[in-house]
Design a protein around this ligand. Structure first.
Ligand SMILES: Cc1ncc(COP(=O)(O)O)c(C=O)c1O
Length: 410
C-alpha cells in the first residue's frame, strides 16, 4: 500500500517519515504477546501473572459510595480546570497526617489526571533544547521521553546493587551538571523496591542547591513502604526550596483507573506545572476528586493496601529463595527485583533478563518483567489476582513447583 501523503510529515520525535514502519517490539508488547501465546499453547496451564503492575482490588466500598453520590450532583458536572479546593485541602491534611509536611492547599498543591501526565508536563516547564534531565534507571521513563520531545537530553543514573540502589550523584561529570535542570528520583523505587533514607534525601537537597537543579521526587508507591513508615521527600529540611513531590491515588488507594494524582512542593514550580496543565487538559472529573478526598481522609485504606502487599511479598520472597533466587524483602512497592537466573540445570543459558523472562512464560506460563538496564534482573509483581489467602497460597505452591521443575541456576 502506498504511503499516505502525511507519511513525510511525522515529527522526528516519533520517528519522522519512518513512523509506523519499524519492526521493533517494545518490552511490554513482547510480554503481552508471549502471554497470549502461552495461553494458546497451554490452555490447561494457569497463567501465573507476576508481570502486570496494577492493583488487583477495586477502590474501597466507601470511596465508591462517595463517587456514586457525587456523580449525581449538578455542581460537579463542569470543567474542573486546575482542580477543586476540597481535593487540595484533603491532600494537605493527608501530607500532614502521614508525613508531618505542611502545605498551603491553595498554592502548593495541584492535581493531575494521574501522576503519569505530570511527568509529561513538568519538562515543559523547564526543558529548553540542550538542557539535561537526570534520571535514575531502571525506572519510569515518561519524564525522559518528554525531555527528549522538548529537545532536551536524558542523562541516566544507574541504580546498582553495589550502590544500594541509590544514584551516584557525586559521579556526574561537571559538564553534565552544568546543563542539568531536572533530577527525577523515585522512592519507594520502581522496580528495585528500595526506599529512601533521610540521609539520601538530605544529600539530594544539598546537591540540588549546589548545582541549581530542580528535584522531582516520584512518590507513586509512597504508601507501600515496608521497612519503615512511609516518608516524604518534603519532610526533609530545605526540600520544598528545591522541588516537588508527585503523588498518586493509584497504588496505595487501589484507584489506578480513576486517574488522579497531585504535584506538591515549591509554589512557583506547582504554579508552572498548573500553567502547563491548564494548556493541556481541563482537569479531572470533580466527582472523582471528591471521592479521592474521602479516600485520603481514611487512614485505614493505605494501611490495608500496604499490609496485603506486605503479606504477599513475604510469601513470594520465601518461595523464590527456596527456588535458588538471591532475593530479600524489598523496602517497598509491590515489586520484587531480583537477579535473573543465568540458566537452568539442564544446560540452557540465558543471555539476559529478557531471555530468562521469555523462557519462564513460554515453558512454564510464569509471567515476569525483565529489566536489563543495570544488569540482568527480573521483576515479580505481587498484584496477581487471588480472591483470598488460600488462593494466594495455592498460587505460591504452584509457582514453587513450576520453578523447581526448571532448576534455575544463578
Ligand atoms: C514509579 C511510577 N511512577 C508513576 C506511575 C504512574 O502512576 P499513575 O499515572 O497511575 O499515577 C507509575 C505507574 O506504574 C509508577 O510505577
Amino acid at each position: 500500500m502506498a504511503d499516505p501523503y502525511f507519511q513525510q510529515l511525522f515529527a522526528d520525535r516519533i520517528g519522522g517519515a519512518d513512523y509506523g514502519k519499524g519492526t521493533e517490539i517494545y518490552k511490554f508488547e513482547k510480554i503481552k504477546r508471549a502471554k497470549r501465546q502461552a495461553l494458546a499453547d497451554h490452555p490447561e496451564r494457569a497463567l501465573l501473572d507476576f508481570g502486570i503492575g496494577e492493583n488487583d482490588s477495586m477502590a474501597p466500598a466507601n470511596v465508591r459510595q462517595v463517587m456514586a453520590d457525587e456523580i449525581n450532583k449538578p455542581e460537579n458536572r463542569g470543567y474542573a480546570d486546575n482542580g477543586v479546593i476540597e481535593f487540595k485541602q484533603a491532600v494537605a491534611r493527608f501530607m500532614h497526617r502521614e508525613f508531618g509536611v505542611e502545605l498551603d492547599a491553595a498554592t502548593e498543591v495541584n492535581h493531575a489526571i494521574g501522576s503519569k501526565p505530570a511527568y509529561a508536563m513538568l519538562p515543559a516547564a523547564f526543558i529548553n533544547p540542550g538542557d539535561v534531565t537526570l534520571m535514575t534507571v531502571p525506572g519510569y521513563p515518561v519524564a525522559g521521553t518528554h525531555t527528549r520531545y522538548y529537545g532536551g537530553i536524558v542523562h541516566k543514573l544507574p541504580l546498582l546493587a553495589e550502590n544500594n540502589f541509590f544514584p551516584d550523584l557525586d559521579g556526574i561529570s561537571p559538564d553534565i551538571l552544568a546543563k542539568a535542570k531536572l533530577l527525577v528520583i523515585n522512592y519507594p523505587n520502581s522496580p528495585t523496591g528500595k526506599t529512601a533514607t533521610t540521609e539520601f534525601y538530605e544529600k539530594v537537597v544539598e546537591f540540588a542547591k549546589q548545582h541549581q537543579i530542580v528535584v522531582v521526587q516520584d512518590a507513586a508507591h509512597s504508601m507501600l513502604s515496608f521497612d519503615h513508615p512511609p516518608t516524604s521527600f518534603l519532610s526533609v529540611p530545605g526540600a520544598k526550596e528545591v522541588g516537588v513531590e508527585v503523588h498518586s491515588m493509584s497504588k496505595g488507594f487501589d484507584m489506578i483507573g480513576w486517574r488522579l494524582g497531585w504535584v506538591c512542593g515549591h509554589p512557583l514550580i506547582v504554579q508552572a506545572f498548573a500553567d502547563v496543565k491548564d494548556n493541556s487538559d481541563s482537569g479531572q472529573f470533580i466527582a472523582i476528586q471528591k471521592a479521592a478526598a474521602a479516600a485520603l481522609d481514611d487512614a485505614s485504606i493505605p494501611q490495608q493496601t500496604r499490609e496485603k502487599y506486605r503479606r504477599r511479598m513475604t510469601k513470594l520472597v520465601e518461595v523464590l529463595k527456596r527456588c535458588g533466587f538471591e532475593c530479600s524483602m524489598p523496602g517497598g512497592t509491590y515489586f520484587l527485583y531480583t537477579p535473573a537466573p543465568k540458566g537452568l540445570a539442564d544446560g540452557t543459558t540465558f543471555e539476559n533478563g529478557e531471555a530468562a523472562s521469555q523462557y519462564l512464560i513460554r515453558e512454564q506460563s510464569i509471567c515476569t518483567v525483565p529489566w536489563d538496564d543495570a544488569g540482568p534482573y527480573l521483576r515479580f509483581s505481587v498484584t496477581y489476582v487471588a480472591a483470598d489467602e488460600a488462593a494466594e497460597d495455592a498460587l505460591m505452591a504452584e509457582t514453587e513447583a513450576r520453578l523447581k521443575s526448571l532448576a534455575p541456576v544463578f
